[in-house]
Structures are given as C-alpha cells and as structure tokens.
Design a protein around this ligand. Structure first.
Ligand code: AGP
Length: 607
C-alpha cells in the first residue's frame, strides 16, 4: 500500500522524508516521489522502482526547503511510471494520496470541461486539479481543501503543500490511516507511526473524516463537520532503530526463526507471572450467553481464523462462522443480538480496509467487537471494544510468518478462556501445557532446513502445486499454499484432503507436486487413503508428518519432512515452520523478491 510522509522542520527536510519513506517500504510500492517548498517555490522529484532510484536523483538535484511531502506508490489506477508517481503537482499544489477516489472519472470530466486537463491515469491527479481550480477562484488553501473534500468519494489519506500557504502541510483522512507526529521544533504527517520513530514518539490519530494542517510548531484539526476538534497525544514505545535483518538474508527468514521466541512472549503475556494460570483481557460479552461468534479477516489472518473455528467449537462448544472481510459486509449477514453474538476481527497490520470496514458495519449493528492485532496503535485496535495484542513485534516481510503463529497463540489463549468452564480441569491443563511446549518442539527439527530445501527443488520446477490436509491441517494447507504463491509466484491451491475425489483429483498428474500435511492424528488413516488415491494417479507426494505417519507414507512419498509427534492441538504451530521454510526455500530458488513480492503490500488499505 502507498506510504505518505510530510515534515515541517527548521532545517531542510528532503533527507528525513526519504528516511521516513524507507520505514514504509514494507507496505509494498513500485515508485516514489518527494516535493518541497523553498522560498515559495515548489520543487518535485519522482522515480520508478525502489527508493534508491529517487535518492540517485536527489543527489543530482538536491531539494532545498524546510517543508515537504513524500510518497511510496502502490499502483491502483495507472501502471507504475514516473508520470503516475506521486506527488501530483500543479503550479499551486503538491499532493500525495493513499486510497482510492471512486468518483475520479466524473471529477476528471468536470475538470477537463473547465479547462483543467489531466495528463496521468491516476485518480490522485484530480485532487491536485480540484484544489487548483478552487485556488484559482480565490479561495484560501483551507477553503479550497474543505471544498475539495466535499466532492471526493472513496478512501483517502492526503498530505498537501502549496506556495499559497507557505508554512503549512494540509492533511485529510477518510478510510485510510494517517498519524500526526509532534516534535520539538518540527511536526510530521505519516501513514504509520513507525515512519516517525526516529523523530518523535508523540503522535495524534486523526479520526475518520478529520482534516487540517500542521505548522512547524502547531497544528489544527477539523472534524468531518468542519468544526475544530482536539485529540489526545499518545506516547508510543516505537523502536527507534529501524528493524534490521541481522545475519539473515531476508526479513522473512529472520521472522521465521524469531517464532520460537515471540511465541513464548505472546503466551507469557496471557499467563500469570507464575505462568501456571491464564491471565486474559476481560471478555466484553457474557461467555455463558454467547451462542455465536463470527470471526472476520483477510488472507493469512483469515486462515488463522479458520483454525480457531475448529478449536473454539471443539473445546468451548460455541458455534463459529469465519468470514472473508471483503465478502462479509456486502452479503447482508443475518446477525444475532448483542447479547449472544460477538464478532472477532483478526489483522496483523490493524489497517486492512476490508476488515476495518467490516468492523464498522458490525459496530453500526451494535454487536460487541474484539480484535486480535499486531500493530496495537492501529485503526482496528482503536475501533474495537476490546483489543488482544499478538506481541509478534514489527513484521517487515510482506508475507506473514511470526504474526500468523502469534495470532494462533492468541487465538489458542482466547479459546482456552472460553473453554475453561466447558472442559474438565485435566483437559484444560493438558492444553495449556501443550502451548507451553511449542517453543521446545520448534527447536527439535534438526533436519528441517535440508528437508525443506530438497523438497523446494521439486516445487521450484512446478507450475502448479496442491496442498492437502484434514482437520486443522486443511486451513494450514490453505496458508501453506498462500505462502508459496505469494513469494515464489507458483500457482498453488489447497483442498481438504477428503474433498479431492469430488473433482480436484482430475488435476493429479506427474507434474503437479502434492504437499500433504499428514501428522499422526485421528484422521491419519483417511488422509493416507486420499494420498494413496492421488499416488495411484501419478501424484508426486511431499509428506509432512511425524515418525509414525511418515512410516505409513514413505512408499508413496517423493520427499518427507519430519515434525515431532505432538498433541493435535498444537500441530498447526509446529507445521507452520516447515510450511514457511518450504515457501522461502522455493522462492530463493526462483530468485523472487522474498521480502517485497511483486504486486503485494503489507497492509492493504484499499478495497
Ligand atoms: C499474508 O502473508 C499476506 N501478506 C496477506 O494475506 C495478509 O495476511 C492479509 O492482507 C491480511 O493482512 P492483515 O493481517 O494485516 O489484516
């Protein structure tokens, strides 16, 4: 997703804007740009590709000016090009934008009729032209922005500078994240507070529909009714040092191997200091009256939700629906009453617009809302009635790894909190003890790296891969397929193993490897039957299992990856590691951009 930065300072801002944009690279982008105001003169430089290309240009034409805005663009309208890169400028304004202006075509037609021709394929350009139209009609910059905002439909986070108003950066947010940073003798605007960690930890979160401006020493916020409004200043404990890869080749590799540590930290955060009892946030609903839980999320977070469905229904005996956020609010879901129906939202970034808008839909219906998020100062965490952090730490790799497993840990604790009065004390203690053992088991796979690399050599040659599993191994298979496709660009699909004979078995041939999630559990004999059906039709099977299940599968497997024998409840945590490494090793062989895969963004803030 696009990243926005604005800085007003006592000294030239260009370098600090680029540094701040680097902290937003994780959001994914394909071009970048910066504009500054110097003695009333607007200067703008843009470049396609990574920020290094913009820096090369800035070396040639240094941008003076102590007020400026910058942008990393994740293309929505118009291909990645210098012409479509932000900032979009006229002689009177420079604009950077994150979001989608849904009525940009009508606005473009209106502007063209008035002689304001547009030259790019972007929706953002119409904002620059609208502001200029109103400035040309002698409106002040503040009036021009107020008027412009009234005609924009869709989602936007904006930062704007103008030679017509030399000491301000204007901003506006609706549907896209934006934060104001308060410095000593400088002020800031950014899409994410992490971009400001090196300059300030004092931040303000404008609310939906807020707009206004910052100056070097002050700021003014207007609400959606254009009335002056105030919001509290939050002090964040952002890590001032931007994440580093350390000895690892990629952030993703580092984050895969951080899991053993962060899973322990997440679990510890939900236990008493003595670590023998759960210590959970208060449930905001009556657990005894709750007879329906809907979990809403996207992508990897959705697959975590699918695993939680098995757990909550089995142990807490509560019916669970899992919904893809982008479908949920448009299908007019039949919701229950606030007394017996709650909704849980899972999001690593806490800014995924599909999930955020689904949350707003549910809140408008009056149901209790809980979130499980990694970025605890995010919109979703702020807008739900109760927020459960995942404590994974900043996840820079676009492909979710440690955030996913920490979502599972938080969901497991959430499940046990709901199940405490539904299962006997011994079963409860056994489940809790199994969570405590996860980090130990993750360290007990000495041959894992080599086994994954061997299997990856087969996957790297494939154009299509199938992932199969039963029980919680089915959503794990969905997640494994997503990991492979999003970082290696190989087409991968996942099926419930029992579903194969209802059609997908037609796909089986010697060229389509099958990754089988087959640890020993109560379904293993049925899983083996499904795999034997596939093998009999030429399927090349890569079996992930424990010693016992692999013994039964070795005759039909071309590769095996061994995990320790663990209780079924924690198998998803253990399978996560080989699943992620399989995708990572395959992507290395394919030579793709593992940390910032093509077309992807870390936080999808457009619908
Ligand atoms: C995960 O590897 C993907 N990058 C993507 O599916 C992600 O999980 C999804 O976009 C949801 O993001 P969120 O958890 O920040 O809401």
């Amino acid at each position: 997703m696009c990243g926005i930065v604005g800085i007003i300072d006592q000294k030239p801002v260009a370098k600090n804007i680029v540094s701040a944009l680097k902290c937003l690279e994780y959001r994914g982008y394909d071009s970048a740009g910066i504009a500054t105001l110097d003695k009333g003169h607007l200067e703008c430089i843009r470049a396609t590709g990574k920020l290094i290309n913009l820096e090369k240009k800035l070396k040639k034409y240094s941008l003076p000016g102590t007020i400026g805005i910058g942008h990393t663009r994740w293309a929505t309208h118009g291909e990645p090009s210098e012409q479509n890169a932000h900032p979009h400028t006229t002689e009177k304004v420079a604009v950077v934008h994150n979001g989608i202006i849904e009525n940009f075509k009508e606005l473009r037609e209106m502007l063209n009729k008035k002689g304001y021709t547009t030259t790019t394929q972007t929706d953002t350009e119409v904002i620059a032209k609208l502001l200029t139209l109103y400035l040309d009609n002698n409106l002040s910059m503040k009036e021009a922005l107020e008027t412009t905002l009234k005609s924009l439909q869709g989602a936007f986070a904006l930062a704007i500078i103008s030679p017509m108003d030399l000491d301000k950066i204007y901003f506006a947010r609706k549907g896209s994240p934006l934060v104001i940073g308060i410095g000593e003798n400088s002020n800031y605007i950014a899409s994410d507070a992490i971009a400001l960690a090196s300059y300030t930890h004092q931040v303000i979160y404008p609310e939906e529909g807020d707009w206004g401006y910052i100056t070097q020493k002050n700021y003014q916020i207007f609400n959606k009714d254009n009335k002056v409004t105030k919001h509290p200043i939050h002090t964040l404990n952002l890590s001032t040092q931007t994440a580093s890869k350390g000895a690892y080749r990629h952030f993703m590799e580092k984050e895969i191997f951080e899991q053993s540590t962060v899973l322990n930290e997440t679990l510890s955060s939900y236990l008493t200091p003595e670590k023998n009892e759960l210590s959970l946030p208060k449930f905001i609903f009556d657990k005894n009256k709750l007879n329906r839980l809907t979990i809403i999320a996207c992508g990897t977070s959705y697959y975590a939700a699918c695993i939680a469905k098995y757990w909550i229904e089995k142990y807490a005996k509560i019916p669970v629906e899992v919904d893809i956020a982008s479908e949920f609010r448009y299908r007019q879901p039949a919701l229950g009453s606030a007394e017996n129906h709650a909704c849980l939202f899972i999001s690593q970034s806490g800014e995924t617009i599909d999930t955020l808008e689904a949350l707003r839909y549910v809140k408008a219906k009056g149901l209790p809302t809980i979130s499980i998020v990694n970025v605890t100062h995010s919109s979703i965490s702020r807008e739900t009635d109760s927020m459960w952090p995942t404590f994974a730490g900043p996840e820079i790799g676009v492909a979710s790894t440690k955030a996913f497993s920490c979502q599972l840990m938080t969901l497991a604790c959430f499940t046990l909190g709901l199940a405490k009065t539904k299962i006997n004390q011994k079963e409860f203690s056994d489940l809790l003890e199994s969570l405590k053992s996860i980090s130990m088991w993750l360290e007990k796979m000495p041959n894992l790296r080599q086994e994954c690399l061997t299997a990856a050599r087969t996957l790297a040659k494939a154009t299509d891969v199938l992932y199969l599993g039963r029980g919680t191994n089915f959503p794990m298979a969905l997640e494994g397929a997503l990991k492979l496709k999003e970082i290696s660009y190989i087409h991968a699909e996942a099926y419930a193993a029992g579903e194969m004979k209802h059609g997908p078995i037609a796909l089986i041939d010697a060229l389509t490897p099958i990754v089988a999630l087959a640890p020993n559990d109560n379904l293993i004999e049925k899983t083996i039957s499904n795999l034997q059906e596939a093998s009999a039709r030429g399927g090349k099977i890569i079996s992930l299992g424990d010693a016992e299940s692999l013994k039964k599968l070795e005759t039909i497997s071309i590769h095996t990856i061994e995990i320790p024998t663990v209780p079924t409840f924690i198998q998803p945590f253990i399978l996560t590691l080989p699943m992620q490494l399989l995708a990572y090793e395959t992507a290395l062989l394919k030579g793709t951009d593992v940390d910032q895969p093509r077309n992807l963004a870390k936080s999808v803030t457009v619908e």
